[in-house]
Write a protein that binds this ligand. Structure first.
Ligand code: SAM
Length: 194
């Protein structure tokens, strides 16, 4: 099921809220070089393509919207990025289909306001290798923002941190995204090593 309030506005408008490289500088950490990465809800590929340029590993970009996946495919091809696998998939109802403990990093950007955030976080945990990192960004509630889901369903950093802990993540860290995303907060957490 497509998550509530997860449709995308016009692409230029969406892109105006982010400096993707600055965000990834702060968030795209992984336990090893050449890591594989899973992105839940890739949308226009705002973060997919820059992330794929930062690893030699495979980037699995999933979205329920075929038009988004087609766009990411086309852009990967145009950009000569052979390590992106963009696939249409409902990861809430059907999971990711990735092997357990296979990914170094999982990105969940602008999505944790959906009905079932824990389903998503548990699937991220399953796919991550021990020591693997999940990154989360979402719209802030403490300032006025030009977009974002209604405040009634918009998770605050403390909600995300609690869900991450419930899903089994540790080392939860709040990350200031600075001017790279002035309307967003960031969080990193880790699937613990045994
Ligand atoms: C608000 S957009 C964010 C896109 C991207 N993460 C970003 O920050 O630029 C959320 C995306 O998640 C996708 N999505 C929502 N529910 C989904 C589901 N159940 N399975 C797969 N994708 C889903 C939507 O189609 C949309 O492209």
């Amino acid at each position: 099921m497509k998550g509530r309030e997860s449709g995308m506005p016009d692409e230029d408008y969406w892109a105006s809220f982010f400096a993707p490289e600055g965000i990834l500088d702060r968030l795209l950490v992984a336990p090893e070089d050449g890591f594989d990465l899973i992105e839940f809800g890739c949308g226009y590929g705002t973060f997919t393509l820059p992330a794929a340029r930062r690893t030699r590993g495979r980037v699995t970009a999933l979205d329920i919207e075929p038009a988004m996946v087609d766009l990411v495919h086309q852009r990967a091809e145009l950009g000569g990025l052979t390590n992106i696998r963009a696939t249409v998939r409902d990861f809430v109802d059907h999971g990711t289909d990735l092997p357990s403990a296979s990914q170094g990093h999982a990105m969940i950007f602008n999505l944790l306001h959906i009905e079932a955030p824990l389903v998503l976080l548990r699937e991220a945990w399953r796919t991550l290798q021990p020591g693997g990192i999940v990154s989360v960004i979402h719209w802030r509630s403490d300032i006025e923002t030009p977009r974002g889901p209604p405040l009634a369903i918009r998770p605050r950093p403390e909600h995300c941190a609690a869900w991450l802990a419930d899903a089994g993540f540790t080392a939860v860290r709040h990350i200031d995204l600075g001017t790279a995303a002035p309307y967003h907060f960031g969080i990193l957490a880790q699937r613990p090593r045994p």
